[in-house]
Design a protein around this ligand. Structure first.
Ligand code: PMP
Length: 300
């Protein structure tokens, strides 16, 4: 183990770096009391912080909807993320950037809160659904919990409020599946609990539109860009559960999950139940794309 790995990771809180065991915020923070805050999950590949500016843009858009004034401008936030990654010395890592409403009283009125807390955690993280799943494929269920609608706590905003996804994840776990596909309030496919979803039908890549209440994923946008480069047609449109189950291929995309094929919906195989040729082509290109220095901000 190197000296770098032997010591505790450093966590950024409001401009200071603390060892992980000492990184703490108040129990009166409304991020804890009410899930009032926003966040981003970001990966570092070979010292390049992948799509950092896109993540920071999305963070500020989420904060705008919550009327949460992040106490620094986006360019300063880019610098603080770079500084925290550099201080930790990890060339391959996962960053969790969190901005909470800050410390308030026990009522939910955000005007009672002081300064928002800015937290940056950098750690090693294996692909969230398991590294072997890229070859094997995951099993999903259709969750009975619907995606929060766009006129409510829409997941277009990446807020600290993830109960909608957590309920679906629990349902998947109890059913012995790896993850859940959530439908929107109309019954069309929306997304997985913490990842976007794509299907392949007759060579065309299809993904649900943001109007289903999904997070506009950065990996989703990268996959659409890669498909364009590879000459694979892409459609953003509603997908019915039947269309999903009878697709030739299906896969999920996300920063934590990366690209993972879906083998089964319950006991029903998607295609032949194994990763398909379109997925493989896109994954191969994604693996090149993610380490290209032009696609991120260098940390070192
Ligand atoms: N949807 C949800 C609900 C998520 O939490 C995530 C992970 N951040 C995604 C989609 C994928 O988004 P991204 O590719 O930007 O990580």
């Amino acid at each position: 183990m190197s000296a770098q790995e032997a010591r505790e990771p450093l966590v950024y809180i409001n401009g200071e770096l603390y060892p992980k065991s000492e990184a703490k915020v108040s129990v009166f923070d409304h991020g804890l009391l009410y899930g009032d805050g926003v966040f981003e999950g970001i990966r570092v590949y070979n010292g390049i912080i992948f799509k950092l500016r896109e993540h920071i843009d999305r963070l500020y858009r989420s904060a705008k909807v919550l009327r949460l004034n992040i106490p620094m401008d986006p360019e300063k936030m880019v610098e603080e993320v770079v500084r925290t990654v550099r201080a930790n010395g990890f060339r391959d890592a996962y960053i969790r950037l969190v901005v909470t409403r800050g410390v308030g009283d026990l009522g939910l009125d955000p005007r009672k809160c002081g300064r928002p807390n800015v937290i940056i955690i950098v750690e090693h993280l294996e692909p969230i659904l398991g590294s072997g799943m890229r070859e094997k494929g995951i099993t999903v269920i259709f969750s009975s919990t619907r995606r929060d609608p766009v006129h409510a706590t829409s997941h277009e905003v990446k807020s600290l409020n993830y109960l909608n996804s957590i309920l679906a994840k629990i349902e998947a776990i109890e059913a012995g599946a790896d993850d859940a596909i959530m439908l929107d309030s109309r019954g069309f496919v929306a997304e997985a609990t913490g990842a976007n979803v794509f299907i392949v039908k007759n060579g065309t890549l299809i993904t649900p539109p943001v109007t289903t209440g999904i997070l506009p994923g950065i990996t989703r946008a990268v996959v659409i860009e890669i498909a364009g480069k590879l000459g694979i047609p892409v459609q953003e449109r509603d997908i019915t559960p039947v269309e999903f189950m009878t697709a030739d291929e299906a896969f999920v995309t996300g920063t934590g999950a990366e690209l993972v094929p879906i083998g089964f919906v319950g006991k029903v195989p998607i295609g032949d139940g194994r990763p398909g040729p379109v997925f493989r082509r896109i994954l191969e290109e994604f693996n090149r794309y993610k380490t290209d220095p032009r696609n991120g901000v260098p940390a070192f």
